[in-house]
Design a protein around this ligand. Structure first.
Ligand SMILES: Cc1cc2nc3c(=O)[nH]c(=O)nc-3n(C[C@H](O)[C@H](O)[C@H](O)COP(=O)(O)OP(=O)(O)OC[C@H]3O[C@@H](n4cnc5c(N)ncnc54)[C@H](O)[C@@H]3O)c2cc1C
Ligand SMILES: NC(=O)c1ccc[n+]([C@@H]2O[C@H](COP(=O)([O-])OP(=O)(O)OC[C@H]3O[C@@H](n4cnc5c(N)ncnc54)[C@H](OP(=O)(O)O)[C@@H]3O)[C@@H](O)[C@H]2O)c1
Length: 449
């Protein structure tokens, strides 16, 4: 079989691994990636001060070294090649395109200057080419991060780290420069539900208490309504960390991270110049839904927090790709257990599959994709056995088609050249790498323009 995988994040690479390890099938895998660089959010999402988790790329590089694997970087499905064309060159297609759009608060003032979705902020500090020119103005002293997930924690932590803590990481050089000159002194992390419902994980929460020159601050009243223990071990660990934060006295002169719960933004307040001057917050109470989970309900009690910047970190969503069925409600690629379906009729579209966040939405850690992608590969193998034999064009025909239209695919060996350049640049500042953040500059290094 010849398979096209679209997207080179964890889900795409784990699908490739599961396909290429099969003893019962001979499979060629072409992995298409819109950037010249592989690894999706491992490169563009995982925080620069979390280098250990990024070592997972060694597993992916080992997959890329398998003889029947090819990487076609700098090729975007929907821009450089169509789904219909891929259907003509491959037996099966796997969409592993992740969740690259952001979710919106849907309140007045969203989108004004210095109200910036976490997708943009994260992409900017991680040197994602799409966000290298984002205007991140850290001349303000107070920032609100909306959301209580691990992305909110990442965003808050990066704002509060010292330049010395950051320069040893692979934070983008442009971001390091702005963060070096940052005037931010206080960050507010705002949860719409209570501490027991927070989505962040205990290890990430605990890390907020270990920053060189910043301290978490939480009022005892924030935990007043919490049970001593719950039947969820993660929640109990979070509560233990939060209680420890309440107990400790913040150091004098440090930056502060204020943890607030049971508040929802109702409006982003603008100053005369049209930039963020504050955020109006409504106090919430919890109300049981029919399924027993707890929802935040507004009480009508409003306060305004004076901040100069707002970073909503409230989740991601899949981008729409021309020719690929889209589930409007879930904001993912329409699918049944990883088999792509027509969004309206739910009829299976033969030989097309989806893995990762594009399949499930934006929840879950990198390691979880290994099992999940392997599960979808089982469907592919089962369906593949029933596949009618069909003469496909030669394997290189897709390269000819792309080159004829002026698209220059970047191979895995070429990515390794970029990797070497980035690592050498990083060594100059004692960092694991200094990323090249501009696609044109990447292609110039490769002598392609
Ligand atoms: C800010 C942030 C930090 C995170 N930190 C951690 C962490 O520390 N630890 C952890 O375990 N998990 C972390 N996660 C979660 C983890 O990153 C995800 O579970 C995982 O990356 C999702 O994998 P994926 O392959 O589905 O998508 P992605 O990793 O997003 O990969 C999708 C790939 O598809 C490509 N693509 C998209 N559209 C096209 C197209 N049309 N044509 C060609 N290519 C395309 C993209 O460029 C990208 O490379 C984090 C997530 C975020 C958002
Ligand atoms: N270090 C790490 O391991 C790491 C780092 C980053 C990300 N990740 C993973 O990546 C995934 C995505 O993380 P994420 O933080 O984007 O998503 P998440 O875990 O789903 O958290 C989203 C947060 O936004 C809140 N929210 C949603 N809509 C809101 C609204 N309209 N108003 C106010 N708050 C709103 C949610 O509150 P409700 O709960 O009330 O809906 C929740 O607190 C997660 O699985 C996460 O663990 C891991």
């Amino acid at each position: 079989m010849r398979v096209a995988i679209i997207g080179s994040g964890p889900a795409g690479f784990y699908a490739a691994e599961a396909l290429l390890k099969r003893a019962d099938a001979v499979i060629d895998v072409d992995m298409f990636e819109r950037l010249p660089t592989p690894y999706g959010l491992v490169r563009g999402g995982v925080a620069p001060d979390h280098q250990k988790i990024k070592t997972v790329i060694r597993v992916f590089a080992a997959t890329a070294a398998r003889p029947t694997f090819r990487f076609l970087g700098n090729v975007c499905l929907g821009r450089d090649v169509t789904v219909e064309e891929l259907r003509g060159h491959y037996d099966q297609i796997v969409y592993a395109t992740g969740n690259e759009a952001d979710r919106r608060l849907g309140i007045p003032g969203e989108g004004i200057t210095r109200c910036t979705p976490a997708t943009v902020f994260v992409g900017w500090y991680n040197g994602h080419p799409d966000y290298r020119n984002a205007k991140i103005d850290l001349s303000v002293e107070r920032v609100a991060v909306v959301g209580n997930g691990n992305v909110a924690v990442d965003a808050a932590r990066i704002l509060l780290r010292t330049p010395a803590e950051l320069e040893k990481t692979d934070v983008a050089a442009h971001a390091l420069e702005v963060l070096r000159n940052s005037r931010v002194r206080e960050v507010y992390m705002l949860g719409r539900r209570g501490p027991e419902q927070a989505a962040f994980s205990p290890a990430e929460l605990k890390e907020l208490g270990t920053m060189e020159a910043a301290d978490p601050v939480i009022a005892p009243s924030e935990l007043a309504g919490c049970a001593q223990t719950t039947d969820n071990a993660e929640t109990n660990r979070n509560l233990k960390v939060l209680r420890a934060f309440v107990e400790r006295s913040p150091r004098e002169g440090t930056r502060k991270l204020h943890l607030r719960f049971l508040v929802s933004p109702t409006e982003i307040v603008a100053d005369a110049a049209g930039g963020v001057a504050g955020i109006a917050l409504e106090r919430n109470r919890l109300e049981a839904r029919p399924d027993g989970t707890l929802a935040a309900r507004g009480t009508g009690e409003i306060e305004t927090l004076s901040v100069g910047m707002v970073l909503p970190a409230i989740g991601y969503a899949a981008e729409r790709i021309a020719g690929v069925p889209y589930d409007e409600k879930a904001r993912i690629i329409a699918n049944e257990d990883g088999r792509v379906v027509d969004a309206a009729s739910r009829a299976v579209i033969a030989n097309e599959y989806v893995v990762g966040w594009a399949r499930s939405g934006p929840q879950g850690l990198i390691g979880e994709h290994k099992r999940a992608s392997a599960h979808v590969v089982e469907h592919m193998i089962a369906d593949g056995k029933a596949l009618a034999v069909r003469a496909l064009p030669g394997r290189d025909a897709i390269l000819t088609l792309l080159r004829e239209r002026g698209v220059q695919p970047v191979s895995f060996d070429e990515w390794k050249q970029l990797d070497d350049v980035e690592v050498a640049r990083g060594a100059r500042r004692g960092a694991p790498r200094d990323k090249i953040v501009d696609v044109e500059a990447m292609l110039a290094v490769l002598g392609q323009n």
